[in-house]
Every structure is written in C-alpha cells, then in structure tokens.
Ligand binder design. Structure first.
Ligand code: XMP
Length: 511
C-alpha cells in the first residue's frame, strides 16, 4: 500500500503538516518525525527522500536544533526548506547570517530551470519568503539555483549528492506552483512511483483489518464526528455484524446531531448500534463547574465511565476502534510546543479495561484524506463534510457554568447561524463556525420592555490546520440577518457580537 515514504524532519515550523499533505497530494506517503530521529531509525524506515522543515531557530546559535552530518552521506535525497536549507548549508560548512530586515511575503524568485527541482518552471516565479537569516556562503559542492533581489541564495543544490535547499515555502497556497517544486523533488529527484491513493487505502485497510480481527468482536465509540464515523464505516465493511457501535449522547451535542448519527448508522449501515443517553449524568457532574480544563477532565472521565459500563453489558470484546487521525498523533506525540488545551479524544478511552487491542485505522491520514475515505465508503456528504466539533461539545461553548437552559439557548442560536451560513453557501469555505453563549448579560430593549439577557458570540474561522486561524470576513449583510434572527427567535438573547480575533492570540474555541 505504501512502499514509498518521504520522511519529514520537524524543526518546529508552522507549515510542517502542510508539507506532509502536499507530498501525499502528489501520491506519495509522507510521515513527520522529530528532527531528533536516529540515523539507525532512518535507515530502518528507508525513505525515498527526506524533507527538512522550516523552524523558528537561528542555526548559528548554540541551542538551535542540529543534525548529525552523517545524514547527508546516506545517499537519500534531501530537500531543506527555509531553516532546513540553512541547517543543511551550515552543517556542511557554509555560512548563515542574519539580515538587518526580515524578508516576508510573496516575492519574485528567479530560478534556474535546468535544475531538476525547477524542471518546467519559468525563470521568474511568485513564492512566499519568510525569513531573517539567510545562507551567505555556500558549502563546498553546492551551487546556486535560485535568488531574489534580497536573498542571494534562495535555492541551492548539490545534485551529485542529491541535496537541495530552498529558502521559500513551496507548501503554502500563496506560492504559485509550489506543489510542482515538491512534485519535482519526489519524482525527479527521489524517483518515487506514487503509490498512495485513497481507493487503495480503503481496499488494503479492509483486507488487513479482516486478517487481523478474524471473527473477533469489535467495539467502536461513535462521537458523531467525521473521524469516528469513517472509522466505524471502514470497520463495518471489514467485519460486518461483528462490529458494535456505541454512541454516547453526553447532552452536549448540537441541535439534531444525535438523531442524524443514529439515522446514518441504522439506515445506511446495518451495524449493531447502541445509543446511550447520558445527558443528565454529564450535566450533574458538570454542575457549577466553571474552569475550562476542569470541564474537559470531567467529560473525559465520565465518558470512560459510561463506556466502561456499556462495554460490561456488551460482554467481552476483542478490539476497540478509535478515530485517531494523523494530526492527533503528531500533536500529542512529539514536538516542543506547549500544551494549550487537553484534547480529550486523544488517548482517552484506551484505559478502559478488557480490550485485547486498539485499532486506529485512520491513524496515518490527514482530515481531507479521511473525508475522501468516508465518501469512498458511501457515507453521506453532510456527515463527511461536517465541520470539526470538539469532544467536550457545547460544554466549552457555554462560558462559565453549564445548565440545560443555557445549552438549549446555545443550540438554537448555533442552529440559526449554521442554517444561514449554509443558505449563503459559505459552509464549505468557512472551516469552522459556531455560536458561543457568553456568560455576559446586558441590558436591551424589546418592544417597550427593558430586557436583561445573554450575549451570543459568533465565531467563524478559516484555517488550514486549526493550529493557526484567521477570522472569516462574513459579509455584514449576512451577519445582520443572523443577528436579527437570533435575537428574534431565541429567548433570553438580546445581543449578538462577532469575534474578530485570529489564532493566535485567541484560540478557535472560547474555552
Ligand atoms: P482551539 O480552540 O485549540 O481548537 O484553537 C483547535 C481545534 O480543535 C478543536 N478542539 C477540540 N477537539 N477535543 C476535540 O476533539 C477537544 O477537547 C477540543 N478542543 C478544541 C476545536 O474545535 C478546533 O477545531
């Protein structure tokens, strides 16, 4: 299924996942690993090529991430991007200096299209530059293949040793034809054949799950989200009635969500479907709890308890399915980034007793790949393209303490917001959008009456990886319609505000 791997060494740059996705979009499996990976491990993986990502450090400083020189002698093609290029040059005896001014933005970049890396490119191209440090002297054996007005070495190569470096970022959309730089690297330089396709992923997964599970019993916790639904559908194709799906309704779902999940899995797929209404249990546990991390913990723990009880009733099962996807693995697995929030769907359920093994069939996939798999498996589009919804649900969108009344107010407001966004056909453009019930009451006037009611905040963001995000520029007219509908149709809301903060400094969710 994936005999070819491009290994991506992570130096902490913000576009790392994007690099991995671009490689996969070109049909080659890629994997992100910490830059501290050992040479032996690299040899064991035996990648067709290696990419060094960008990163925030300055290579000439003592505590900057460094690499063993040996990596350049393995005979494996390497492409260094931004910091990755500087590190390559520095390690091999070149020089890296600090410019007086940062070069940032889409820039005219001249390339030498006789280099395999720039095969089929015009001489002048528009690529995103974002750097202060630059390579100021080439290491031995290297020559220049690209430059800009401000950067004398925007691209370098040592074709004999198959080492390439670029200062710009080919992985971002603003770099026109940046994907072709990546394609050239993996096909012209690494000689990949391109064996990574979603249809073969589905086929191969079904085969290998069948082989592994045999006639064993499989249990899947459905959350209603895209990932667990796709994982369940995949397992269903592999083991049929040996799969039992347990859907815990924690009472923190959006309007109609619980019913929709039930319908898909009882009508589209004939799985053993158990729905547990645990809403009052969760609400009791959450009563009076204000602190966001405390809410997350309680929900995570309660989930396990409910699940544990359910699994006792189901009896012995052999395997537990989880909808873990690749960004979850990367984000919780390694990297120096500090923990901002504890995402409860990662590593939660495995502690529950009595399972022989956990199956995570989507562990290697990015979200867009998971969606493709979902469509291949015949899941309805509305489910496959559902925007992400956090495990703790509306609990982290009701600011402060949670009550059933507040949840219902939020559900109605959120529903109107979603309905209007869909009507305006913006639902595929805005990556995540939802309402938040702030804990703020303010004075308003309705008819001739004074009101003292809640403020709803609307949040909508565009983002590629959910690690950073921009607030969406929803047209004013549409915001007006949404605001009017919410204050008119939802009791106890008299004010609507729109969140115009990016991430960073804010996060996407309010808690
Ligand atoms: P933040 O708020 O950290 O959110 O900018 C980034 C993305 O993660 C989602 N999110 C969660 N997902 N469990 C989840 O499964 C959680 O506890 C959780 N918290 C945030 C959030 O909706 C956004 O898509």
């Amino acid at each position: 299924m994936k005999s070819e791997v491009i290994l991506i060494l992570d130096f902490g740059g913000q576009y790392n996942q994007l690099i991995a996705r671009r490689v996969r979009e070109e049909g080659v499996y890629s994997e992100i690993v910490p830059y501290t990976i050992s040479i032996d491990k690299i040899k064991e993986i035996n990648p067709k090529g290696i990419i060094f990502t960008g990163g925030p450090a300055s290579v000439y400083l003592e505590d900057a991430p460094k690499l063993d020189k040996e990596i350049f002698d393995l005979g494996i093609p390497i492409l260094g991007i931004c910091y990755g290029m500087q590190l390559m040059a520095y390690t091999l005896g070149g020089e890296v200096s600090r410019a007086s001014k940062r070069e940032y933005g889409v820039t005219s970049v001249k390339v030498n299209n006789r280099s395999l890396l720039f095969d089929s490119f015009k001489r002048t191209n528009k690529f995103l530059m974002s750097h202060t440090d630059y390579v100021s002297k080439l290491p031995k054996g290297f020559k220049r293949i690209s430059y800009t007005d401000n950067c004398m070495y925007a691209g370098i190569e040592n074709p004999t040793k198959k080492l390439y470096g670029i200062q710009f970022h080919p992985e971002v959309n603003n770099s026109i034809n940046g994907n072709i730089v990546i394609r050239n690297f993996i096909y012209n330089i690494c000689n990949c054949s391109g064996d990574w396709k979603m249809s073969s992923f589905v086929e191969d997964s079904i085969k290998s799950i069948k082989k592994k599970v045999g006639n064993g019993k499989v249990l899947c916790a459905l959350s209603g989200g895209v990932d667990s639904s796709v994982a369940a559908a995949l397992l269903y194709k592999a083991v049929g009635k040996n799969l039992t799906c347990v859907f815990v309704d924690h009472g923190l779902l959006r309007k109609n969500e619980s019913e929709e999940v039930e319908e898909v899995f009882t009508k589209n797929f004939d799985v053993n479907f158990i729905k547990i209404d645990a809403s009052s249990r969760f609400l009791n546990k959450l009563s009076g709890v204000v602190e966001p991390e405390a809410k997350r913990k309680i929900i995570g723990e309660e989930f396990i308890r409910v699940f544990e009880e359910a699994s006792k009733k189901i009896g012995k099962v052999d395997y537990l399915v989880q909808g873990t996807i690749y960004p979850d693995v990367i984000e919780s697995g390694f990297g120096a980034s500090s923990k901002i929030k504890s995402h409860h769907n990662v590593g939660g359920l495995p502690d529950v007793v009595d399972f022989k093994e956990i199956i995570e069939p989507l562990r290697d996939l990015f979200k867009d790949e998971v969606r493709k798999v979902g469509l291949e498996l015949g899941l309805p589009e509305y489910l496959v393209y559902r925007q992400p919804f956090p495990g703790p649900g509306l609990a982290i969108r009701v600011i402060g303490d949670i009550t059933l009344d507040k949840l219902n107010i939020l559900r109605e407001a959120d529903y109107i917001f979603r309905e209007e966004i869909a009507k305006a056909k913006l639902d595929r453009d805005i990556n995540q959008y939802f309402a938040v019930l702030t804990n703020l009451k303010s004075v308003g006037v309705m008819g001739d009456e004074r009101t003292y009611d809640y403020t709803i905040a609307l949040r909508a963001v565009s983002t590629i990886d959910f690690m950073t995000a921009e607030w969406s520029k929803i047209p004013y007219d549409l915001l007006e319609i949404i605001s009017n509908r919410i204050v008119n149709e939802v009791n106890h809301v008299n004010r609507v505000v729109y969140d115009i903060t990016g991430k960073p400094p804010a996060t996407i969710e309010w808690e």
